[in-house]
Design a protein around this ligand. Structure first.
Ligand SMILES: C[C@@]1(CC(=O)O)c2cc3[nH]c(cc4nc(cc5[nH]c(cc(n2)[C@H]1CCC(=O)O)[C@@](C)(CC(=O)O)[C@@H]5CCC(=O)O)C(CC(=O)O)=C4CCC(=O)O)c(CCC(=O)O)c3CC(=O)O
Ligand SMILES: NC(=O)C1=CN([C@@H]2O[C@H](COP(=O)(O)OP(=O)(O)OC[C@H]3O[C@@H](n4cnc5c(N)ncnc54)[C@H](O)[C@@H]3O)[C@@H](O)[C@H]2O)C=CC1
Length: 250
């Protein structure tokens, strides 16, 4: 077996956190869409961008700095959501003597993506990110970065992601397509219901053992089948209470 990195899979809350993307081509675009869906504040540094990225910039949904990457770009952090290029540059100039070490946590880039078509530029971005301890993804040579992206399907709260640890994104994509046939759209309502039920149980059942038993029972409910057969009716608080009473102490 060949050596490979035992990557740690995590789910990251990126809401209102700044992410920097160097390069604005097709690869950057695909990754940016996921970042925006995750609620991140995205800054793109690239002399040219795809039509979609340009549109997002025009709508104020991301910051585009129309220029090449410069050493030092990662130390700047970002000022506020939806700033224009001019205000970002002005604010960077004001803080020209600051470094990533001295920026407060909320201003520092949470993640950096090196997605240009130039291996040397991507390499410089990766080195700068690692100097500052910022996780970095490198589009052309994943082993030069510190994290990689899985192929993903979402069904509301349910997120299924697949990675082959670099063996091949086409394989990840194919496996995820198979999962799409398993996790139908009805999982979204199923997940919402399970959240609602679990939240209620957590609120009213304080004994840890009893709570765990109830949550296991909840996970075994045949709600998904009911949703699938269009027989499911949403449980109100009273119904949940009755269900809890029925299972308590069994
Ligand atoms: C290591 C990783 C690092 C990372 O990017 O995070 C990586 C690296 C590389 N990808 C390359 C090529 C392609 N990648 C895609 C597509 C995707 N790539 C994604 C992930 C990853 N790609 C990470 C590994 C995940 C894993 O191993 O499971 C997906 C799953 C998620 C995403 O990007 O969001 C997304 C699926 C999108 C979807 O779900 O639809 C396509 C298809 C297309 O573009 O349509 C091609 C062209 C076809 C081909 O080459 O297979 C190259 C060669 C570049 C070159 O030739 O120069 C490298 C470089 C290298 O291997 O080091
Ligand atoms: N990780 C992945 O999933 C995949 C990675 N790749 C690799 O990703 C890289 C990018 O691919 P594409 O987006 O298709 O390329 P592209 O040619 O469409 O886009 C490259 C972008 O980099 C920008 N750029 C060039 N020099 C720059 C600089 N000095 N500073 C900032 N931006 C600069 C360009 O303006 C352009 O927007 C390639 O190296 C490719 O081999 C390709 C397919 C998938």
């Amino acid at each position: 077996m060949s050596e490979y990195v035992p990557y740690l899979p995590i789910m990251l809350d990126c809401r209102a956190r700044p992410i920097l993307v160097i390069g604005g081509g097709k690869v950057a675009e695909r990754k940016i869409i996921h970042m925006l869906e995750a609620g991140a504040i995205v800054t793109v540094i690239s002399p040219d961008v795809t039509a979609s990225i340009q549109q997002l910039a025009e709508k104020g949904q991301l910051n585009w700095l129309k220029r090449e990457y410069r050493a030092g770009d990662l130390s700047e952090g970002i000022c506020s959501p939806l700033t224009t290029e001019a205000t970002v540059d002005a604010s960077i100039a004001e803080r020209s003597d600051t470094t990533a070490h001295s920026l407060d946590q909320s201003q520092r880039y949470l993640l950096v993506y090196a997605a240009t078509s130039l291996p040397d530029v991507n390499q410089s971005v990766a080195e700068e990110a690692q100097r500052y301890g910022i996780p970095v993804n490198v589009a052309d040579r994943h082993e030069r970065g510190t994290f990689i992206n899985p192929a993903v399907i979402r069904r509301g709260r349910l997120v299924a992601s697949v990675s082959t640890s670099g063996a091949g994104p086409a394989i990840s994509r194919r496996i995820v397509s198979e999962l799409e046939n398993y996790f139908y759209e009805d999982y979204e309502l199923y997940m919402e219901f399970m959240y609602h039920l679990r939240h209620h149980i957590k609120r009213v059942v304080h004994d840890p053992q009893e709570r765990r038993r109830l949550l296991e029972q909840a996970a075994a409910l045949d709600v998904l089948a009911q949703i699938r057969h269009k027989q499911f009716v949403w449980w109100d608080e009273e119904q949940i209470e009755q269900w809890i009473i029925q299972y308590r102490g069994r």
